[in-house]
Design a protein around this ligand. Structure first.
Ligand code: ACO
Length: 490
């Protein structure tokens, strides 16, 4: 299959949100702490009427309705979430209600879990299936979503809620490139060991340095693999000439390296005035047009983007763009650099205009919904598709940084090969974000108390009002004495 990528996309978020400016007053913290210090604007919230299954039913059914997807045309459905309500039964099995009723029970894929990374693991599984020998010709759907809530304290303002569904298949307007730079390690920065609570254990400072370490490492691996692919493509071209090199690459199983080498060499090399086949040229931020990051809160995305520029500086300190950067910064050790305020300030300032043009368009969902955990990165992509005119997005390359505490991370890229108008129009994202209802902070606290009191409850009917739900959304109707959940639709 050619051009495997995103054929359709849908976002879901609760109808209500609270303002971070209001929350500063409500919590009695210094003005600017959440809005300027953490870069937050609003965060979406819900009560006990919604759970991860209702999020999944809502956004997947909406995707299928908007794109007129025949339930029988789906051969794989992968789920990424960390909003765990059952230690055994997956969210995927609940979603089967949307397919089994139409006679389709032959759908592979199941839930993937690791903090905010589950969505990317699910997506990679779906892509790999389509590109594998067991592919049966049908499309895949990926669902990712979470209800992000924190116990009272420093992390509470960085919660949120939201979900995403993507239709994945060949011939897509937004195509996945094959190179992934991945970094995974055993860390205790954010984890959920208390199965009777929805709240995580968080080591805030460690979560920030782990995010940046993951970014450094996955970016480095991505750059190394890109250089290697370019070198391979260069060797092939020289040994066999253009046409032969290409067909040989395919015959010998070098398809990925080859195809990528060509794509990168041509598009980026030319764009940057580098030789299209210069095997020494190092991948840099400028080789991509837009950057989408997993967004725990706005400020960390800004710091992450600046961090990538710092990585570019380390590999090409004499590049003209760094002529006014203090070369003494090269001497800071990698470990010390993670918390070095001077490095952070220098590169945040240096990256400022690039941040607003290349990262800013992907921040609409995060600004309104807060952290959506697994849906955060893909809400970023949905924002970018919504914010940039399709004719300006066509041909552009987008980098993606996926991060989940604990930790798992990947840096990869997408290419917009076709027209994004349909996706943009059907999502209608910016209008829907704007029409969310901003409610008083006390309503948020009351909702959290309701969730706390009823988490793990049996023989229970939620108290949350249906008038707080969007029309067409699924809601939790009841949980019976044997913990079986029943859903209704507004
Ligand atoms: N006006 C402007 N800025 C302010 C103000 C103010 N009144 N008060 C504080 N600030 C600034 C601080 O200077 C600091 O800036 P800096 O980041 O540039 O140093 C920033 O606000 C944060 O303030 P702190 O006191 O350092 O941190 P806080 O105690 O608020 O905790 C943290 C922040 C650690 C992110 C916390 O919210 C948390 O634990 N969050 C959950 C974990 C998380 O999201 N981690 C990210 C990756 S993991 C994931 O995705 C879940």
């Amino acid at each position: 299959p050619k051009d495997v990528g995103i054929l359709g996309m849908e976002m879901y978020f609760p109808r209500r949100c609270i303002s971070e400016e209001d929350l500063e007053v409500f919590d009695g913290v210094a003005k600017g702490k959440y809005t300027i210090g953490l870069g937050q604007e609003y965060m979406a919230c819900t009560d006990d009427r919604e759970d991860i299954n209702s999020f999944a039913l809502t956004v997947v059914s909406s995707l299928m309705e908007k794109y007129n997807v025949d339930p029988k045309s789906i051969g794989r459905l992968d789920v990424g979430t960390e909003t765990i309500i059952d230690k055994s039964k997956s969210v995927k099995t609940v979603l089967m209600d949307l397919f089994a009723a139409h006679g389709n029970t032959d759908i592979e894929g199941i839930d993937s879990k690791n903090a905010c990374y589950g969505s990317t693991a699910a997506l990679f599984n779906a892509i790999n299936w389509i590109e594998s020998s067991s592919w049966d010709g049908r499309n895949a759907i990926v669902f990712a979503g979470d209800i992000a809530i924190y116990a009272e304290g420093g992390a509470r303002p960085v919660g949120g809620a939201g979900a995403c569904a993507m239709l994945i298949g060949p011939g897509a307007p937004i195509v996945f490139e094959p190179i992934h730079g991945t970094y995974m390690a055993n860390t205790y920065d954010f984890y959920k060991p208390k199965l009777d609570s929805e709240y995580p254990e968080v080591d805030g400072p460690l979560s920030i340095t782990t995010y940046l370490t993951a970014l450094d490492n996955s970016y480095s691996r991505f750059r190394e693999k890109t250089a290697k692919a370019k070198k391979l493509a260069h060797l092939h071209c020289h040994a066999n000439g253009h046409t032969n090199g290409h067909s040989n690459g395919h015959a010998n199983g070098h398809t990925n390296g080859h195809a990528n080498g060509h794509a990168n060499g041509h598009a980026n090399g030319e764009a940057n005035g580098k030789s299209a086949h210069d095997p020494k040229s190092v991948f840099a931020l400028d080789d991509v047009d837009y950057h989408v990051f997993h967004s725990p809160y706005g400020k960390l995305v800004q710091k992450g983007h600046a961090r990538l520029l710092y990585n570019d500086f380390l590999s090409s300190p004499s590049s003209p763009q760094f002529s006014n950067v203090d070369q003494a910064l090269l001497d800071v050790s990698p470990a010390a650099s993670l918390t070095d305020k001077n490095i952070e300030k220098t590169f945040v300032a240096h990256a400022k205009s690039a941040y607003s043009s290349r990262v800013g368009p992907s921040m609409h969902c995060a600004k309104r919904c807060g952290n959506m955990y697994t849906a955060s990165l893909y809400g970023g992509l949905a924002s970018l598709i919504s914010a940039v005119e399709p004719e300006n997005l066509r041909g552009k390359r987008i980098s993606m940084f996926a991060y989940g505490s604990g930790c798992a991370s990947s840096f990869y890229a997408l290419r917009v090969k076709g027209d994004t108008s349909e996706i943009r129009g059907k999502m209608d994202l910016l209008n829907r974000l704007a029409s969310m209802k901003v409610v008083p902070c006390q309503e948020y606290i009351d909702s959290l108390k309701l969730r706390e009191a009823n988490h793990n409850a049996a023989a229970y009917a939620p108290a949350g009002l249906l008038e707080n739900m969007w029309p067409g959304a699924y809601y939790l109707e009841s949980i019976d004495s044997r913990y079986r959940r029943k859903y209704g639709r507004v």
